[in-house]
Design a protein around this ligand. Structure first.
Ligand SMILES: Cc1ncc(COP(=O)(O)O)c(C=O)c1O
Length: 409
C-alpha cells in the first residue's frame, strides 16, 4: 500500500530514516543475550534512598510550585547550584549563562535549531556520538569529519580542513567535540589540543560545542580541565554541555547548556517553542541534591562501581581476545573501542555474535559518512561483573572464528 502521508512530510522529516543500526540494536534486547551495546548507567548507581527523601522534602516544602510550569531557562536555585558546582570543577560560569535542558540531547537539538540551515557544515570527530550525528542530521547538516587518534580529535587535521574551507569560502557553524572519555572511543584530548581548539575556533570564527557527559567518570589518572576553562572571557566561543544522566540518573532528564549570554537568549527562545520548560519537579529535586553536596559524594561511589567494571572488562579482554585485536584502555567513561584485524567486518559478524548470545554496537554507526567496518563499541557500566567475563569470552570466540574465516576466505 502506498504510504498516505508521504507528500505531507517536510523535507526534513522525509530525510529521517530508521537506521539499519537501530534494527540491529533491537536484536540485543533478547533476555538471553549479554549486551555490551547499550550506553546505560548501572541502576546500582542510582541513589534511590536519597532521591526518595528529597522528593518528600520538595513536596513538603515547595509543593505546588514544584508541580507547576517553570521558567524556560530553568529553576533559579538549580542554575545557582550548577554554577557553584561547575565553578568548583573548572567550568567558569554564572547562573545566567546556564540554561536547563531536557538532557544534553535536547541541548544538541536546540543548538542545531538555532545554528543550522539545511546544508550547513558541522565539524565532528570521526567517529563521534551517534545521537549528535542524528541531531545535526535532523536539521539537514553536512559533516566535516575529522579523524581521531589515541588522543582524540586530530587537531592538526582539523586545522588543515578549516584552512581548506576558508580558501573555498566555507565556514563550519560549529565544531562538536566530546573531549573526555569520548563516546564511542573512550579517548581523551590532552591539554595542548584543548588549548589549540580554542585558538582555532577564534581564528576561524566559529563556535565549539563541548559535550562532556563522562568527564567526571574518571577511575585513574589526573583530571584535565574542560575546554571551557581555556575560553577567552572577552570573546567566549565555547558552549558547554553537562548532564546529570551519567552522574545521577538519566530519568530526571536534566542537563545544562552553558553559553555566552547572546547565545543563551536565542537558546531560550528556541526552547520555548519546543517544550516551554524542562520538568519542574525533577529540577527541584536536583537542586536539593546538588546544593546539599550529595553529587560530589555520590561520584566516589560511582567511580568505585564503574572503575571495578572497567578493570574486569580489561582483564577479560587480555585473557580471551585473540591476537591481532586491539582495544582502548580509557581512564574513565563507559566504553572500550575495539578494532579487529584487517579484512574483518563487524556488521557482517553481528548475526554470529547474536547467535552466540552477545552484542555490541557496530563501529560504522559512529561515522558521519563511512568507516569503522572493523570496529565496535562495548559498554562496561551496565552489565554485571559476571556478564562481563562470560560475554567477553563469548565475543572473543566469535571474533576468533571471524578471523579464521577471513584468513581461509
Ligand atoms: C556524548 C553524549 N552526549 C549526549 C548524550 C545524551 O545525554 P542526555 O541523557 O543528557 O541527553 C549522551 C548519552 O549517551 C552522550 O554519550
Amino acid at each position: 500500500m502506498k504510504p498516505v502521508f508521504d507528500d505531507l512530510y517536510s523535507d526534513r522529516a522525509s530525510g529521517m530514516r530508521a537506521s539499519e543500526i537501530r534494527e540491529l540494536l533491537k536484536l540485543t534486547q533478547r533476555p538471553d543475550i549479554i549486551s555490551f551495546a547499550g550506553g546505560l548507567p548501572n541502576p546500582l548507581a542510582f541513589p534511590l534512598g536519597i532521591i526518595k527523601e528529597l522528593t518528600q522534602k520538595v513536596l513538603d516544602r515547595y509543593g505546588e510550585k514544584a508541580l507547576q510550569y517553570g521558567t524556560t531557562e530553568g529553576l533559579t536555585s538549580l542554575r545557582e547550584a550548577f554554577a557553584e558546582n561547575y565553578n568548583a570543577h573548572d567550568i567558569p560560569c554564572t547562573p545566567d549563562e546556564i540554561t536547563i535542558v531536557g538532557g544534553s540531547q535536547q541541548g544538541l537539538d536546540l543548538l542545531s535549531k538555532i545554528f543550522l540551515n539545511p546544508g550547513d557544515e558541522v565539524v565532528v570527530g570521526d567517529p563521534t556520538y551517534l545521537g549528535g550525528l542524528a541531531a545535526f542530521r535532523a536539521f539537514q547538516a553536512r559533516f566535516v569529519a575529522v579523524p581521531l587518534d589515541n588522543d582524540g580529535m586530530r587537531v592538526d587535521l582539523l586545522e588543515e580542513r578549516l584552512e581548506k574551507m576558508r580558501r573555498e569560502g566555507r565556514k563550519p557553524k560549529m565544531v562538536y567535540v566530546i573531549p573526555t572519555f569520548q563516546n564511542p572511543t573512550g579517548t581523551t584530548l590532552p591539554t595542548d589540543r584543548r588549548k589549540r581548539l580554542i585558538d582555532l575556533v577564534h581564528e576561524y570564527d566559529t563556535v565549539l560545542v563541548e559535550d562532556n557527559p563522562y568527564g567526571r567518570l574518571r577511575y585513574e589518572g589526573e583530571p584535565l580541565k574542560p575546554i571551557k576553562y581555556y575560553d577567552d572571557p572577552d570573546d567566549p566561543r565555547v558552549i558547554y554541555l553537562g548532564t546529570l544522566s551519567k552522574t545521577l540518573v538519566p530519568g530526571f532528564r536534566i542537563a545544562t547548556v552553558v553559553a555566552p549570554p547572546e547565545i543563551t537568549r536565542k537558546l531560550v527562545i528556541a526552547k520555548q517553542s519546543t517544550d516551554l520548560c524542562s520538568t519542574t519537579f525533577t529540577q527541584y529535586i536536583a537542586a536539593e541534591y546538588i546544593s546539599g553536596g550529595y553529587l560530589d559524594a555520590h561520584m566516589r561511589k560511582i567511580k568505585t562501581l564503574y572503575g571495578g567494571k572497567r578493570n574486569i572488562m580489561l582483564k577479560a579482554m587480555d585473557e580471551f581476545m585473540p591476537d591481532g585485536v586491539e582495544w582502548t584502555r580509557p581512564e574513565g567513561g563507559m566504553f572500550l573501542w575495539t578494532t579487529l584485524p584487517e579484512g574483518c567486518n563487524t556488521v557482517e559478524m553481528f548475526p554470529k555474535a547474536v547467535e552466540n548470545k552477545v552484542a555490541y554496537v557496530v563501529g560504522k554507526a559512529f561515522y558521519a559518512y563511512e568507516g569503522g567496518e572493523r570496529s565496535m563499541r562495548i559498554n562496561f557500566s551496565y552489565p554485571t561483573d559476571e556478564q562481563i567475563m562470560v560475554g567477553i569470552e563469548r565475543l572473543a570466540k566469535v571474533i576468533e572464528e571471524e578471523i579464521k574465516d577471513k584468513k581461509a576466505g
